[in-house]
Design a protein around this ligand. Structure first.
Ligand code: CP
Length: 296
């Protein structure tokens, strides 16, 4: 694996291996074990053209825990504001000494372009509506650690799916790993070309699921929060009561409480949103380690 710009084409063995390694790293970190600094002398550049809390900070800490130097590019205070092109900016970051670039950008395909322009390993931290590969790995690790398996797991993704790069990567990863994915959302927000079972109503869709995976309305990419949406698709306490005892609620964050998820549901024991965040650093450590070692 030279870069991780997409999850398309990643087979079950590779995904299982990444999930195993991430989970082992999580156990080691929980036990207070320091990791071998396999990235010593390597420079990881975090290059974010869009806001981020979880992804940027967890890549930052993951790289530091592995002994790397970390440099951070903030688009708003960079020389982009003086007219420098994206390509020149990427090549400048490489010339400064970056060895691995982590990039988030509002345009689909930017991570691939940065890899092409620089010749460096690149990790896609989210490109437009296209993909968010490490978030899908975080979610797969979280589900496997919780349920002990992914094969046959019934996962229902709810909300603004069509604008969601998280959903796109998650559907791909979980399908390869044998989960049963269903999609629920308003007309126009559920892609029709996935071959998955879809529904336009939350009522009746929750009784037999293992995971309800909620999405934020992606207002920056065309989604629009309406009263009808909140009324029809918010996971309220009343709706969550239809879930079986073992079912969990997941959300990649950031959550908009009172929109896609009720505050009480976000605070309930069945909500794994914080556990997803906890798995962010180990997953990104596993990915950085593979790229640094040039392993497939
Ligand atoms: N899930 C996710 O990508 O969160 P951030 O936007 O905070 O990085």
């Amino acid at each position: 694996m030279k870069s991780l710009t997409t999850v398309k084409g990643l087979d079950g063995d590779l995904l299982d291996g990444l999930i195993d390694e991430s989970s082992e790293i999580r156990d080691a970190l929980d036990a207070g074990n320091l990791m071998t600094p396999v990235l010593e002398g390597i420079c990881v550049a975090n290059v974010f053209f869009e806001p981020s809390t979880r992804t940027r900070l967890s890549f930052d800490l993951a790289a530091q825990r592995l002994g790397a130097h970390v440099i951070t590019f903030h688009a708003a205070t960079s020389s982009l504001t003086k007219g420098e092109t994206l390509e020149d900016s990427a090549r400048t970051i490489a010339a400064i000494g970056a060895d691995i670039i982590v990039v988030r950008h509002p345009e689909e395909g930017t991570a691939d372009l940065v890899a092409e322009w620089t010749g460096l390993p690149v990790i896609n931290a989210g490109d437009g509506t296209n993909e968010h590969p490490t978030q899908a790995l975080v979610d797969a690790v979280t589900m496997r650690r919780h349920f002990g398996r992914l094969e046959g797991l019934r996962v229902t993704i709810v909300g603004d799916i069509v604008h969601s790069r998280v959903a796109r990567s998650l559907m791909q990863v979980m399908t390869v790993l044998g989960a049963e994915i269903r999609l629920v959302g308003p007309e126009g927000w559920v892609p029709s070309d996935t071959g998955l079972i879809t529904s336009g109503a939350l009522e009746g869709a929750l009784g037999s699921v293992d995971v309800v995976y909620l999405l934020r309305v992606q207002t920056e990419r065309g989604g629009d929060v309406t009263d009808d949406y909140v009324e029809g698709f918010q996971l309220t306490q009343e709706r969550a009561a239809a879930l079986t005892n073992h079912a969990v609620v997941m959300h990649p964050g950031p959550m908009n409480r009172g929109v896609e998820i009720a505050h009480e549901v976000a605070e309930s024991a069945r909500c794994l949103a914080e556990e997803q965040v906890r798995n962010g650093v180990p997953v990104r450590m596993a990915v950085l380690r593979r790229l640094a070692e040039g392993r497939g």
